[in-house]
Design a binder for this molecule. Structure first.
Ligand SMILES: [Zn+2]
Length: 131
């Protein structure tokens, strides 16, 4: 009985998405900073939580998807940059990363090969570099 009512209530609702997760994480950060440094941040935490609940239970799914797409348009390049930095760091002993002097394309070459001639795959510029 209760489960059926809950299912009926949740039917057609938006649910959660990466934007809601980011807002929740931001809420936790605001809560921690508010408890340590600046009390009014608690108000921001409450507002974020209310907004997350509003988005989760909203029936206006296209509007929530547009919000999420706008968020992802900003967030994905940031996330990919951090992922690439982590990859560079994990491969730092095996590969040297450098940029093409002509088009600034990010390139990599195996370390320990001495001076090598590199042909950029994007602009076909040929240059020498040390690995
Ligand atoms: Zn290039």
């Amino acid at each position: 009985m209760l489960m059926q009512k809950l299912q009926r209530f949740l039917y057609g609702r938006y649910g959660t998405d990466p934007l809601n997760l980011a807002l929740l994480i931001l809420g936790v950060v605001c809560s921690l900073l508010g408890s340590l440094f600046f009390r009014p941040l608690y108000l921001l935490t409450d507002l974020l939580l209310v907004f997350v609940l509003f988005r989760s239970f909203s029936k206006n799914i296209p509007a929530r998807q547009r919000e999420n797409q706008a968020f992802l348009k900003v967030w994905l390049p940031v996330k990919n940059w951090f992922r690439f930095q982590a990859q560079k760091f994990s491969q730092r002993k095996d590969y040297k990363y450098f940029r093409c002097p002509s088009c600034k394309q990010q390139l990599r070459a195996p370390r320990g090969r001495g001076n090598i001639q590199v042909t950029c795959q994007k602009c076909h510029h040929v240059f020498l570099t040390k690995t």
